[in-house]
Design a protein around this ligand. Structure first.
Ligand code: PMP
Length: 338
């Protein structure tokens, strides 16, 4: 019989898939590292595994312990799955702007979710940050992974994502492109690839326009999971050779093309990373191998990026004809409703 003892054995070892359509006119090979093949549907399963295993080893997390983290997204799902399989309790703290679908997903895995008001200052006792700190202080056996400062976040990529890419490309990778959120992916994977290639691999970060990594101040943008308004400890500023800033509009249009033309239903930060990867690949020749990491799947974004009305509301649709088509549909819908 061939089977795995637990779903968490399937974390990592994700496939590399060539991009064929969106790369038209580009001589270099562009390969996507498709992280939605992880059991929790995102790259964050990797850091969840390693942060929990390191905390078990150090004694920070003991049998019967509780994991407390302020997160509502992919990291929460990864932690919830690993915690459940290893027998830990999980409490997540989320701001009230988080969608009920996300909260229900975390609860489906057995995690507890505490929802905090968004409309209070960070110093308020009910703020997202204060509530999670209080839960850590008041819950016996509590441990907070803190993905923004935990060195096991970049280490998970140094020990898994990096070596996988080096082996999968037979050492032929020349460029690595990834979006930057906590900075764990680019710092750990980038450092491994630099070392393995003796500095030959170029590392490129993709960042939403307005975020600090590409020189912004933290101005709001809509792409989720990437960009920051502060510099996290998980981000190693010495690794990236270049940071490419990408607009929301370009990110979301590429995200839709990846579904329509490459058969990959992925999240908005994937479209953003691919825009940056193609910008780099356009300057390269046929011997170059560009790998772009796609952090998660697109199911969580159906009502936004894959919804024409939402895209039209923000002016993100591509061509005047496409926009005209949508406004026509909206006008007819309006006429029916009234
Ligand atoms: N995309 C998505 C959807 C994410 O959830 C994250 C993690 N915040 C990233 C990209 C960026 O990864 P990292 O935190 O490793 O920089």
């Amino acid at each position: 019989m061939r089977y795995h003892d637990s779903i968490i054995e399937l974390v990592g070892d994700t496939p590399l898939v060539k991009l064929n359509k969106v790369t038209e006119g580009i001589a270099a090979t562009v390969l996507a590292k498709v992280e939605y093949f992880n059991p929790g549907g995102s790259v964050k399963d990797r850091i969840a595994m390693r942060m929990i295993e390191a905390a078990e080893k150090s004694g920070a997390l003991r049998p019967g312990g509780t994991i407390v983290e302020p997160t509502s997204g992919n990291t929460g799902i990864g932690l919830a799955i690993v915690a459940q399989q290893k027998g830990y309790r999980c409490i997540f703290v989320c701001p009230d702007k988080v969608s009920t679908d996300k909260i229900n997903t975390l609860r489906a895995y057995g995690a507890e979710v505490v929802v905090c008001p968004t409309a209070v200052a960070p110093e308020h006792p009910d703020s997202y940050y204060n509530v999670s700190d209080r839960l850590v202080r008041e819950t016996p056996g509590a441990w907070k992974p803190d993905q923004y400062s935990n060195p096991e976040n970049p280490a998970s990529h140094y020990h898994s994502t990096g070596p996988e890419l080096w082996q999968q490309t037979d050492g032929r990778i020349t460029h690595f492109v990834a979006g930057v959120g906590t900075g764990g992916t680019i710092s750990g994977t980038g450092r491994y690839l630099k070392e393995a290639s003796e500095g030959r691999v170029q590392v490129i970060g993709a960042d939403p326009e307005g975020s600090v990594y590409s020189g912004g101040t933290g101005r709001p943008y809509l792409v989720e999971g990437v960009g920051e308004d502060f510099w996290p400890e998980a981000y190693d500023r010495t690794v990236a050779d270049e940071i490419v800033a990408v607009s929301d509009k370009d990110s979301f249009q590429m995200t839709r093309r990846l579904a329509k033309e490459e058969g990959m239903l992925v999240g908005g930060s994937c479209g953003m990373a691919v825009v940056a990867a193609l910008e780099v690949a356009r300057r390269l020749g046929p011997e170059d191998v560009v790998v772009v990491l796609l952090p998660d799947g697109g199911r969580g974004y159906l009502s936004k990026i894959f919804n024409d009305e939402w895209m039209a509301d923000y002016g993100f649709l591509s061509s005047p004809t496409e926009e005209a088509k949508v406004s026509d549909v909206l006008a007819r819908k309006d006429a029916v409703e009234h």
